[in-house]
Design a protein. Structure first.
Length: 205
């Protein structure tokens, strides 16, 4: 995975017209499939262009390098995760939300193309670290607001700490789980839910 902190990850074109958006979606879809199959490091811009049905020159008109494609796919992951969290958090009580959200996120981590391939290298790519932190703080703000509404007795500093701790610890364990065989992963996820439920019960009591 690229480690140069000066790598440009901004897309060359911001898709405005429907055709351009479709072209970018095609590039990212094929790139994700390649990353999922061979890993990020082994993937090449030539292979992404070929699978996307375009010339290499055309691909470079949309993305300056592979790091920019990785970042764009990671941004899609973050957006999907944030939408899922907000939707489910509104529908469920806090204790029930623990099981549902962990199961839903585990399924996302396990089935989303290229998720493991991209995020396993999060520490090696500064742009992904920044995106990861933005996701964490966005999720924490949503959880903090929910806790403040339902459990006003929790001191502000503890509530915010808990709002950071829960998504970060769960996310770290789930990212480990997707690297394991399915039976071991499910056991790890079940233990994670037990731990998280116990913590939330103690927090809101």
């Amino acid at each position: 995975m690229m480690t140069d902190e000066s790598v440009d990850v901004a897309p060359r074109r911001r898709p405005v017209q429907a055709r351009s958006r479709e072209r970018v979606d095609t590039i990212l879809s094929h790139a994700a499939a390649i990353f999922h199959e061979v890993g990020v490091d082994a993937a090449s811009m030539s292979a992404i262009a070929r699978q996307s049905g375009m010339s290499l020159a055309s691909l470079y008109r949309y993305f300056p390098n592979k790091a920019a494609i990785v970042h764009a796919i990671a941004e899609q992951h973050v957006e999907k995760m944030e939408r899922a969290l907000r939707e489910r958090l509104q529908q469920l009580g806090l204790i029930d939300a623990v099981d549902v959200l962990i199961d839903e996120f585990y399924r996302f981590y396990r089935t989303e193309p290229a998720y493991s391939a991209i995020w396993s290298g999060v520490e090696a790519m500064p742009e992904l670290r920044d995106l990861d932190l933005r996701e964490l703080y966005s999720n924490a703000r949503d959880l903090d607001a929910r806790l403040k509404e339902e459990c006003p007795q929790i001191p502000d500093d503890r509530r915010w700490t808990a709002s950071l701790l829960l998504p970060r610890s769960a996310g770290t364990i789930l990212r480990l789980a997707v690297t394991l065989p399915e039976d071991q992963a499910r056991q790890l996820v079940e233990e994670l839910k037990c731990m998280a439920r116990a913590y939330v019960r103690e927090l809101v009591s």
